[in-house]
Design a protein around this ligand. Structure first.
Ligand SMILES: [Zn+2]
Length: 426
């Protein structure tokens, strides 16, 4: 197979129904006119950004790739550390496989690429919570020397509003890389749409503004490809990780555990000890039992079952059930799934029920983490100048994207749970 160039762009939270907006915008419509579309893609569980992006880039379920949430399990900690290191991924990624096959690789703010050995990696300092010394953190996390090299081109982006600054860094970095180095494979992660959905709900006027902005950014990437004469030699694939659901209220499961003596706090509300802990995945939650003690586990199951309606729990999975049905594993004992309009908070000091708040992505106006199949699903399209025909598939799977993209570029990925979508490879 011959070697072909590819740009893979993930628009976080981009869903099938957004295509109606995209078709009215100049650059997206240019791409879509030539693209094959997989309208609705079954994502992985929990529908959480860093876990799903690992599924997109490995073609595997969380049980195989090892990233079962956004954050590492850390019972007792309300702000656990995010999964970011490439070492957390147990199977090869599309980018790593491309590199192994002799492609030059650029990773632009792509999740779980921290420390990855590629030509150009620029790694964000945080996705929802940005540290004060953001630029220093990005410099430290990126390929040595690369942040300073690209800085003159991206520095103005940091002055933009929170919703757009991250994507502007991506667009400017991508333009720079195409003009200067023409990477064989580049992957880019855009977050403005996701932030807008968290803040304003699944559908809002602000969503249209954000897509207009993104259309301009896509235009700049296409223009850079034109400048380098690569327009007809580069596959442009656009993917996404999950949809959102609108939220009515927040239920603090750990407050319930505290009220039932399973979490103990001191006079200042500081955690002293825990027997059961729910680590929030917003619309689902991972329930950890201290030392996996069977007696505590059955007490907790009884409590959750008895109070499931008032806690807005639709389903309680045992570890075995969730592995069998959704290929999700971890050291948790149960996984709880919300009815879909209540989000779960880990904060044991909150009241049992609180209103939504944009102070955290877990409790915002809309959020995710829910079972695949609920609500609108992520969309996928590929503009492949080497394809003989355009196809439209109503349904697909996130885990089938990596093996498909690898084949389009000219190599095989043999470690995927998913399989290549043959219809897209003609
Ligand atoms: Zn996301």
């Amino acid at each position: 197979m011959s070697k072909r160039k590819m740009i893979l762009i993930s628009i976080d939270s981009f869903v099938g129904s957004d295509l109606d907006i995209l078709r009215k915008l100049p650059n997206f419509s240019t791409l879509l006119d030539k693209a094959s579309v997989v309208y609705s893609n079954q994502t992985t569980y929990p529908s959480y950004t860093h876990s799903i992006h690992t599924s997109i880039s490995t073609g595997c379920y969380p049980a195989t790739h090892g990233v079962n949430s956004n954050e590492h399990p850390e019972p007792g900690n309300l702000e656990p550390v995010w999964f970011e290191s490439c070492k957390d991924v147990k199977v090869p990624t599309l980018a790593q496989e491309a590199r192994r096959h002799g492609y030059t690789v650029a990773e632009v703010y792509w999740p779980l690429t921290l420390g990855d050995d590629v030509e150009w990696n620029i790694h964000r300092a945080g996705i929802h919570v940005i540290p004060e010394n953001e630029q220093e953190v990005i410099r430290r996390r990126s390929t040595p020397g690369f942040f300073d090299e690209v800085y003159p081109y991206i520095k103005d982006a940091f002055a933009m509003s929170r919703d757009y600054a991250s994507d502007e860094v991506c667009f400017r970095t991508a333009e720079y890389l195409i003009d200067r180095y023409q990477p064989d494979f580049m992957e880019i992660h855009l977050v403005a749409i996701d932030h807008i959905r968290h803040h304003y709900g699944v559908y809002s006027r602000e969503l249209h503004d954000a897509y207009r902005y993104l259309d301009g950014g896509f235009g700049r990437i296409l223009e850079a490809l034109r400048r380098q004469g690569l327009e007809d030699e580069t596959i442009v694939a656009v993917t996404s990780d999950h949809g959102h659901l609108d939220i009515r209220q927040v239920v603090s499961i750990n407050r319930f555990f505290r009220d039932h003596g399973l979490i103990e706090t001191d006079g200042e509300g500081k955690l002293v000890s825990w027997k059961a802990w729910m680590q929030s995945c917003s619309l689902s939650g991972h329930v950890y039992i201290k030392d996996q003690d069977p007696a505590i586990a059955s007490e907790v199951l009884k409590l959750l079952t008895e109070h499931s309606r008032e806690l807005e729990i639709e389903r309680i999975f045992t570890r075995e059930e969730v592995e069998r049905e959704w290929h999700l594993t971890g050291d948790f004992t149960y996984v709880i799934e919300s009815f879909g309009n209540s989000s779960f908070s880990s904060n044991y000091n909150w009241e049992l029920y609180t209103s939504t708040s944009n102070s955290s992505y877990r409790t915002s106006k809309a959020t995710h983490g829910h079972l695949p199949g609920k609500g609108v699903q992520p969309c996928f399209f590929v503009c492949n100048p080497f394809a003989a025909e355009q196809v439209y598939l109503p349904e697909g799977r996130i885990i089938d994207q990596a093996p498909t993209l690898a084949r389009m570029m000219g190599f095989e990925m043999t470690t995927c749970d998913g399989r290549a979508m043959e219809a897209l490879l003609k």
